[in-house]
Design a protein around this ligand. Structure first.
Ligand SMILES: C[S@@+](CC[C@H](N)C(=O)[O-])C[C@H]1O[C@@H](n2cnc3c(N)ncnc32)[C@H](O)[C@@H]1O
Length: 272
């Protein structure tokens, strides 16, 4: 293919999605299967995730993660002793949570995103860092997780959201993917839905997509950050998601400059 044609093709793939002001790389192929497999080949080929260090921004053996965000020193409590317990994955932080939180801060600071006064729901909040940052940026945030993860989540909200200067609001409630959400979550529909490291189990993909569908109206923008640890599960998610959502990948040049990692990927989704 001539260079100009290649450049044209690349331009055609770039576009804006939902309420995010940055240009994203759209996943557009003839079939959903082709799109998903091309995306996985590109990601693993270009980013070579297995060659870079996992958990660059978190320490999963520490009792807390300290992070500066929005002019505040956040202190996120972790429960490393629960990490080995089957099913307990929300007890420590993952890099993709730090990347997503700092991406939101950077996007608001650079005028690409407006969270002030917006309704935001976070799925699988775990320790709660992402939702807390969204509230510091002015969002009206509902953090959600499985019922038995809410204790640590609420403790972290209490510890970090006491600032008199908190611009938004923050609450935590139960939401199990695939089950009907409480009315407060969907009435009105959220402006934004957030999730970090929520695509990690093949068994949960369909339930997660059902919940994303239930929480998405015509004006809802979804941001999902993920760890590049299992290509088959991510490919399965992308292929299934493309039936109902348009998906764009946010290039690392648009992330917070100090929080970029080849082991993390960030997508924007909007309902078709
Ligand atoms: C790997 S952790 C990520 C936690 C956090 N978002 C982060 O980035 O550190 C996955 C989160 O999804 C939640 N989760 C897993 N399956 C779920 C389900 N079926 N319904 C709701 N939440 C679920 C877990 O409880 C956990 O908090």
């Amino acid at each position: 293919m001539a260079m100009e044609e290649e450049e044209e093709g690349e331009k055609a793939r770039m576009g804006k999605l939902g309420s995010y002001g940055g240009e994203v790389r759209l996943l557009l192929e003839d079939t959903e299967e082709e799109s998903a497999s091309e995306e996985i080949m590109l990601l693993w080929g270009i980013q070579q995730p297995t060659l870079s260090k996992p958990n660059s921004f978190v320490s999963q053996t520490s009792l807390k993660l300290s992070l500066d965000s929005c002019g505040h020193s956040l202190s996120i409590l972790q429960s490393p002793s629960s990490l080995g317990t089957p099913g307990v994955t929300g007890s420590v932080m993952w890099d993709s949570g730090v990347v997503l939180g700092k991406f939101l801060e950077h996007s608001v600071d650079s005028g690409m995103l407006l969270l002030q006064g917006k309704k935001i729901v976070e799925l699988g909040s775990g320790c709660g860092l992402v939702g807390c940052i969204a509230a510091l940026l002015g969002g009206e945030v509902i953090l959600t997780d499985l019922p038995d993860r809410l204790r640590l989540l609420r403790k972290n909200i209490e510890t970090n959201m006491r600032h008199g200067s908190l611009r938004g609001s923050v609450t935590a409630t139960e939401l199990t993917w695939g089950e009907d959400p409480d009315p407060e979550i969907v009435e009105p529909m959220p402006d934004y839905v957030l999730g970090s490291d929520v695509v990690y189990s093949e068994g949960a993909v369909i339930d997660l997509l059902e919940t994303l569908g239930q929480l998405s109206g015509p004006n809802t923008t979804i941001f999902l950050a993920g760890e590049l640890r299992n290509d088959a599960i991510l490919e399965y998610f992308i292929e299934a998601a493309m039936s109902n959502f348009t998906i764009g990948r946010v290039d690392q040049t648009l992330w917070h400059p100090d929080y970029r990692s080849n082991r993390v990927v960030l997508y924007v989704l909007v309902k078709k």
